[in-house]
Design a protein around this ligand. Structure first.
Ligand SMILES: *Cc1c(COP(=O)(O)O)cnc(C)c1O
Length: 549
């Protein structure tokens, strides 16, 4: 391979037509061929590959970097081959919060790639940094932060936001902790239904997982406030220092929404009572925060003319979601309900000045920032270089606008309301296990005879009863999972925990998941989706009857 052909692997230097057309052809070829794999009756592109136990072993043994480049046409063909069997968000894709990226978001991401824009410093990545400032401002206003004080940045997922929030929480109470290390009596609090991001974060910050206090959740899957209060007081009275409360606003599995307003009131009250420094509250709004698009919706006049039951549900979500701005920080995973490609998460903080506590000194950043030229440098992030995902977020916000997102988010509610109704009327042995909450998700559980979710959630079942039903559902997950090429459902082995009559420990609940995330899943397609559940149950019955013989 000579140097000239290496040069030809790049976009042009001068904008010449020939290289432009070559480049566009690669892209066209890729899109055309991925499109050829699409089939709305399936949930995958082409067929799922059967991956036997040796699949990755064979890859590891047989893959080499070619001595000479294989040529772009072949490269594109290899990429098309990789697409085969990939899940794709058709109407039948109802597994989890993994969106199909919108065209705006993809073009945004392409722009970042074409400019190779780094959000670290505006001298190197003016597009990424300007877009970042724009999306911080847009989302601050949307969520109700004072945009003259708030600040933020795009980071590594909702997980990164939980971690960054904790880092800020520690340094706010202990401004010398970055030099001296952290005290060994710090505590964090989150609901038992919270995402495991906080677990990893208390491990990584050195707080220790034994100092993560799990707060019970109620039947609506949100944090039990009395339990929060008593656990906070218990820690304080034993000499512990609460630094961080993660309030999940939109639980990943059930869409329970913690009451940020009440949590703020409780923490303020205890701070006064015990003369404590403010406890940082992070609204883990990674998934559910998008319903903030309804914060200023005129529910009375309903300008987008949503159906009555849809508006009522949206209003109910908004009653809780509108208080996110009381939290010290929050997050928006645009790679979930924002319909962006990975990784696109925006972490926002109420008081941007706090980042000063984390910023590096000029001496520590010899290559970038802190100079006469350039005026935006993010020395307070854990990352050094950051991908300019703000560009694709910016493109999404412009393309959808508030109303576009409202339409999408309302459709998820519409579809879930209808799904629940149809599901329980067609299959009486199924119970909806998140019926008190509504959002893009329905969790459902199969019972051997009669649906008895109420019996379980109210703590009246025995351990054996719950576990037997869990096993039945685990069986159902296997069948649904095997059939996923048709309709792709999700499942969870810890949707929530319930009390049982004969054990002190709370017991996890297994449930199947319908997560409406595709713009193509509408009410008309639900019969087909419910047929798939019925079919799986018949398969299960056949299999278990053979076993019992
Ligand atoms: C998805 C999710 C996370 C983790 O986000 P990533 O973007 O996968 O890192 C954290 N918290 C909640 C509530 C989530 O839904």
């Amino acid at each position: 391979m000579d140097f000239k052909s290496v040069q030809q692997l790049f976009p042009s230097e001068d904008g010449n037509k020939l290289q432009q057309v070559t480049f566009l052809n690669y892209i066209e070829n890729l899109i055309e061929n991925i499109d050829l794999l699409k089939d709305p009756d399936k949930s995958t592109l082409g067929n799922i590959q059967d991956k036997n136990n040796d699949f990755y072993k064979e890859i590891i043994e047989n893959t080499y970097t070619p001595q000479s480049g294989i040529g772009m046409d072949k490269v594109v063909q290899e990429l098309i081959n990789l697409s085969e069997g990939s899940p794709y968000q058709t109407r039948n894709y109802v597994t989890n919060s993994i969106p199909v990226a919108s065209m705006a978001a993809i073009i945004g991401q392409l722009t970042t790639a074409l400019l190779n824009s780094n959000s670290l410093w505006d001298v190197y990545g003016p597009a990424a940094t300007e877009a970042e400032v724009r999306v911080i401002s847009m989302m601050s206003k949307l969520v109700g932060y004072d945009f003259t004080k708030s600040w933020g940045y795009t980071t590594w997922g909702g997980q990164g936001a939980v971690f960054n929030g904790l880092r800020l929480a520690i340094v706010k109470q202990f401004p010398h902790s970055n030099e001296e290390g952290i005290p060994n009596n710090l505590y964090c609090f989150a609901s038992e239904n919270a995402h495991y991001s906080l677990l990893k974060s208390v491990e990584a910050t050195g707080i220790g997982s034994k100092h993560l206090v799990t707060v019970k959740a109620g039947s609506d899957h949100s944090m039990d406030l009395a339990d929060l209060r008593s656990k906070l007081e218990e820690v304080i009275q034993k000499g512990g220092i609460p630094v961080y409360i993660a309030a999940t606003t939109g639980v990943t599995d059930s869409f329970g929404i913690d009451d940020v307003k009440a949590i703020k009131e409780i923490s303020t009250e205890l701070e006064e009572k015990y003369q404590l420094k403010p406890i940082h509250i992070h609204a883990d709004s990674a998934m559910g925060g998008f319903y903030s698009f309804f914060r200023e919706y005129d529910f009375a006049n309903n300008p987008l003319q949503f159906e009555e039951n849809v508006v009522a549900s949206l209003e109910k979500i908004n009653e809780r979601m509108q208080h996110i701005h009381l939290a010290d920080s929050c997050c928006f995973d645009f790679h979930k309900l924002g319909q962006n490609p990975y990784n696109a998460s925006l972490y926002l903080v109420k008081n941007g000045q706090d980042f000063g506590l984390l910023d590096l000194e000029e001496f520590d950043t010899p290559y970038v920032g802190n100079r006469g030229y350039g005026s935006y440098h993010t020395g307070y992030t854990l990352e050094c270089s950051r991908m300019g995902s703000a560009v694709s977020i910016y493109a999404s916000l412009l393309a959808f606008g508030v109303e576009g997102y409202q339409q999408l988010l309302a459709n998820y509610i519409r579809v879930n309301l209808a799904f629940r109704e149809k599901l329980v009327s067609k299959i009486p042995t199924i119970g909806i296990t998140n019926s008190e909450t509504i959002g893009p998700i329905t969790t459902f559980r199969l019972y051997a005879s009669e649906a008895s979710w109420h019996h379980e959630i109210s703590g009246q079942a025995t351990l054996q009863e719950v576990e037997t039903t869990n096993r039945l559902n685990n069986y159902l997950f296997e069948i649904l999972g095997k059939n996923r090429e048709g309709v792709f459902f999700g499942d969870t082995k810890k949707q929530c925990l319930v009390d049982v009559v004969d054990s002190k420990n709370r017991c996890p609940i297994y449930a199947a998941k319908f997560f409406s995330i595709s713009p193509y899943t509408t009410v008309e397609h639900l019969d087909h989706i419910i047929d798939a559940v019925e079919k799986a149950i018949s398969e299960l019955e056949e299999a278990t009857s053979e076993v019992s013989i």
